[in-house]
Design a protein around this ligand. Structure first.
Ligand SMILES: Cc1cc2nc3c(=O)[nH]c(=O)nc-3n(C[C@H](O)[C@H](O)[C@H](O)COP(=O)(O)OP(=O)(O)OC[C@H]3O[C@@H](n4cnc5c(N)ncnc54)[C@H](O)[C@@H]3O)c2cc1C
Length: 413
């Protein structure tokens, strides 16, 4: 069996490693002329770290990531509303890592090249279309340097081509535009004195107005990744969103100019970034089905979600592992359907829960009741409201620790 993976992002490269581990041949193509470490920080949840560890990458990921100790939700004065232990502290057998997306991608790419050979990943090849034949798939691509058409055949085609997926658009021509909730996101990385215990992910404020997420992402240097989110419009359909679009300080700083927390100088954090990126908070309507026959989708191509639960990259890793398992167990015709059955059922509720933003609702309630801050959260929220907030975290991000620790491995020999 030979699998053609379209897209060498976190999902596509994890799929290549997973397929190789399951004894399945594959090749990865990417439209980018050169794969470079783009983006800023993301989080790998314990469920994804388990899969990467089982792929033999545990030490490499540990070397580039910061093992997150706590996720603390605060109001805009830095008063703690809820503090949740993460990773091993929450009872998982695997840590949660905050990591630079580009470094993670390069780490996966390095492993793919070592294990599958240098020719396993072909940059500068953009998929344009595909045709299913009785015994395979014929992919039509374009060499992005020469403009020449290129044809590749495979037994299975996997669209891991991100939120603007061509594979998805061919399978679902009526899919509709991106859906924007009106929140604009600015992202950056700043060298700054570590805050709190140096391993905490802080979520300050809420998406009902302004929110700032900050977490350290480098084990060697005091680099803090920040994500500033501001509701700027009512939202609606959107036809473009570019992960690499440059943003500017003058646009984002006024929203946070007076956010001086006892443990974090937010204006200083924003102003200290060498480069600022800008992106709208978009997702797509969950699909009633992903793929057809020997063609399927994976990662953001299948289930783009708001980055509220820090779960997009992690879910792509889970997709990759389950896809390899199902192809190994059920073959190129029934495997994709079995994979989709498992992963679509798991990810659709996540897309919807991230859209609903359960935690932001409680943080907004705190701001409403205590607009100037508070001393003790028990004076502001009832135990039931606190419990509801913690439950929100489980809905958008977490897998039950005992379930994850005890479930059999997805590895196949
Ligand atoms: C350049 C870039 C920067 C990002 N930065 C951030 C960030 O800072 N923070 C964050 O939370 N998320 C970021 N993301 C998204 C994040 O990586 C994903 O949400 C998540 O990791 C799931 O990854 P994925 O592999 O499904 O998709 P992606 O990471 O989006 O990867 C998709 C890949 O498919 C390739 N591709 C697209 N169309 C075609 C085609 N027609 N033919 C061949 N290849 C194609 C793209 O070049 C890309 O490499 C970024 C994505 C990209 C592409």
């Amino acid at each position: 069996m030979r699998v053609l993976i379209v897209g060498a992002g976190i999902g596509g490269l994890s799929a290549a490693l997973s397929l190789h581990a399951a004894g399945i041949d594959c090749v990865v193509v990417d439209a980018a002329a050169e794969l470079r470490p783009l983006g800023v920080g993301i989080n790998l949840q314990p469920h994804a770290v388990r899969e990467l560890t089982e792929l033999g990458l545990g030490e490499r990921i540990e070397a580039i990531g910061v093992s997150t100790s706590f996720q603390v939700y605060t109001d805009r004065f830095g008063c703690a509303i809820l503090s949740l232990p993460r990773g091993r502290g929450a009872g998982y057998m695997w840590p949660q890592y905050s990591v630079h997306r580009g470094l993670l991608q390069m780490t996966l790419l390095e492993a793919v090249c070592e294990r599958l050979g240098d020719k396993a990943v072909r940059a500068g090849l953009a998929l344009r279309d595909f045709t299913e034949t009785p015994d395979g798939v014929v992919a039509s691509l374009r060499d992005t340097l020469t403009g020449e058409p290129v044809e590749l055949t495979a037994d299975v085609l996997v669209g891991a081509d991100g939120i603007h997926s061509t594979v998805r658009s061919r399978l679902h021509p009526d899919d509709g535009p991106l859906l924007w909730n009106g929140v604009r996101i600015w992202r950056g990385i700043t060298e700054i004195r570590p805050f709190l215990d140096g391993r905490t992910l802080a979520v300050i404020g809420s998406n009902s107005s302004r929110k700032l997420v900050a977490f350290p992402i480098s084990p060697g240097r005091p680099l803090v990744n920040w994500v500033a989110e501001v509701k700027v419009a009512p939202g609606g359909p959107l036809f473009a969103a570019d992960w690499s679009r440059e943003g500017c300080l003058e646009e984002v700083l006024p929203h946070f100019a007076d956010w001086f927390l006892p443990w974090l100088d937010v204006p200083g954090l924003l102003a200290g970034a060498e480069r600022i990126l800008e992106y709208p908070m978009v997702d797509r309507e969950p699909l009633p089905w992903w793929g057809r026959g020997r063609v399927t989708l994976l990662g953001d191509a299948a289930h783009p979600m708001y980055p509220v639960g820090s779960n997009g990259g992690s879910q792509a890793v889970l997709d990759a592992r389950m896809l390899a398992r199902c192809l190994a167990l059920y073959g190129p015709v029934e495997g994709p359907a079995a994979y989709e059955e498992d992963r679509r059922t798991a990810t659709t509720p996540l897309v919807l829960a991230n859209r609903e933003m359960p935690i932001d609702k409680t943080v907004a309630l705190v701001t409403e009741r205590a607009p100037l801050g508070f001393h003790d959260i028990s004076e502001v929220l009832t135990p039931a409201e606190m419990a509801e907030m913690a439950a929100g975290q489980r809905r958008i991000t977490d897998m039950d620790a005992r379930f994850l620790n005890e479930r059999p491995s997805w590895s196949v020999s």
